[in-house]
Design a protein around this ligand. Structure first.
Ligand code: ATP
Length: 210
């Protein structure tokens, strides 16, 4: 068994003539946090989308948990992501949003949901509809949704967007806690100082290349 949870080789995504991600080889180890830094348009989100199964590579290969190509569908439930705006039902509470995701994982346990609400700091929001949440509250719920099923690979694109200083520290601690359990976290941010504080490995992207 490979020591890597995820490996990419020659991973490429082309839009028209433009290579948003260009021939990227990356190896992700268990128990580590990888911080992606780069300018606007550098290719961070496109890379994270491809490994999360949200975008099809134009070229190259992704290997995850020992599976590759078409076989990746067998291990999709072991990777979870928060990319761009969290997919949240606005007319429902945080609890019910989590309950729907839990159902997909075969989890029917109110204590499990309450524990996630506690982890993400939303225990007190009660029945409030998520469309009335602040930006930071939505972000916290998005992270909570990504935690359902305890994925072995957690992908967080700009997780600290909209969070207050306490929330920023909370994301840092959460990532460290997660990695310490032998899982891996991939996160992106524009804030170099924050990535440097959180990640063990810095992945600097420019013009689609690492
Ligand atoms: P930011 O920091 O602004 O979020 P990023 O590093 O995440 O940027 P990407 O969103 O991956 O950058 O975009 C990389 C490049 O790919 C950009 O030039 C962008 O315009 C282009 N791109 C992304 N998605 C598409 C698409 N669906 N169609 C065409 N071009 C796209």
């Amino acid at each position: 068994m490979s020591e890597y949870l995820l490996s990419t080789s020659g991973l490429t995504k082309q839009f028209g003539h433009h290579k948003a991600v260009n021939n990227v080889d990356l190896h992700v180890k268990k128990g580590a946090i990888y911080g992606f830094i780069g300018r606007n348009g550098a290719g961070k989100t496109t890379f994270l989308k491809m490994i999360s199964g949200l975008s099809k590579p134009t070229d190259g290969e992704i290997q995850m948990f020992g599976y590759r190509n078409e076989e990746l569908k067998n291990v999709r439930s072991r990777i979870s992501c928060l990319i761009e705006a969290p997919g949240i039902y606005g007319n429902m509470s945080a609890y019910h949003n989590l309950a729907i995701k839990c159902r997909l994982f075969g989890i029917n346990d109110s204590k499990y949901i309450e524990n996630i609400l506690k982890i993400v700091g939303l225990s007190e929001v009660g029945k409030k509809k998520t469309k009335h949440f602040s930006l930071g509250m939505k972000q916290r719920l998005g992270i909570g949704l990504a935690l359902v099923g305890e994925p072995d690979l957690l992908v967080l694109d700009e997780p600290i967007n909209g969070l207050d200083p306490e929330g920023v520290k909370w994301v840092r601690d959460l990532c460290r806690y997660y990695a310490a359990q032998g899982r891996a976290v991939l996160l992106s941010s524009h804030l170099m100082s924050e990535v440097a504080l959180t990640a063990d490995n810095l992945v600097i992207i420019g013009q689609g290349r690492i």
